[in-house]
Write a protein that binds this ligand. Structure first.
Ligand SMILES: [Zn+2]
Length: 267
């Protein structure tokens, strides 16, 4: 079964060969890496992007990259355009960092992402970092993006503890697209965060409400390293999918099909 991990952090230097080796050990076909986070410097953001871009270029069929960008940095829209048009990135990663997605000052950025047909992975849910930044990461604020219908986006961590709010946003975006799957902008990323006592219910609810076509597997593991965390998360999610009696086709959609649709590999 083809497996794509849509959410792996890059936090230092690593070779493409090592990434492929670590993924091979877990049976993962394609790793979608996120360039190193940077909150304040445009130049550092770009340096981090260039590093991730080179890594992905060294093994295009196995490694893809998302460009970590803070949209409030000067030149952020230009960086995103460069990432998607010239540097081979398959999407953008954003954590709302003391700004709300609905703010007027962000409209030019969303407008540019719309014209680029950008796919964006958002951190949503409680945030163990960025000081007291969690409140900016409530999924509801992403409703703003319905004004930019060519942007597609995923909400990471099923937005825990706002899993129901995440599904409400999914429903809102589905209705905004007049129930046409081609126009439905939003997706759910299953990365960890939901505690054991609710994970099964949270995943079952997401599948029941949105369908497996909208849901994708991600581990939220970090490189450099051996990706043992990816193996652990993959193992527990596979067990969960079995306990939910998903068919092989449903599993494959969550494990790879959805990520391949939202973040198609670049040649
Ligand atoms: Zn993450």
């Amino acid at each position: 079964m083809r497996i794509v991990d849509c959410h792996v952090h890059l936090n230092g230097e690593v070779s493409a060969a090592d990434v492929v080796k670590a993924a091979d050990a877990n049976g993962v076909e394609r790793v979608i890496l996120i360039s190193k986070p940077e909150r304040v410097s445009t130049r550092q953001t770009r340096d981090n992007m260039l590093y991730a871009s080179k890594l992905a270029a060294a093994a295009r069929d196995r490694i893809s990259a998302l460009a970590w960008i803070n949209p409030t940095l000067p030149g952020a829209a230009e960086l995103a355009a460069e990432a998607l048009e010239s540097l081979g990135f398959v999407g953008i990663k954003i954590i709302p960092d003391h700004w709300y997605a609905y703010e007027e000052r962000l409209e030019p950025f969303w407008e540019r992402m719309n014209s680029l047909h950008a796919s964006i992975l958002f951190h949503t849910g409680i945030l163990y970092g960025n000081d007291d930044g969690s409140r900016f990461c409530q999924p509801l604020y992403l409703e703003k993006l319905l004004h930019y219908p060519r942007i597609r986006f995923a909400m990471a961590h099923i937005s825990w503890p706002w899993c129901e709010e995440c599904l409400a946003v999914m429903g809102r975006m589905r209705a905004a697209a007049n129930y046409d799957p081609k126009g439905w902008q939003s997706y759910v990323d299953l990365t960890p965060g939901t505690p054991k006592h609710i994970r099964k219910q949270a995943v079952a609810n997401a599948i029941a409400f949105c369908g497996v076509e909208r849901i994708m597997f991600g581990s939220d593991s970090t490189l450099p390293g051996t990706l043992t965390y990816q193996k652990q998360i993959l193992g527990s999610d596979l067990q969960l999918f079995d306990s939910l009696r998903l068919t092989a086709a449903q599993k494959e959609r969550i494990l790879s099909g959805t990520a391949d649709e939202l973040f198609p590999a670049k040649r």
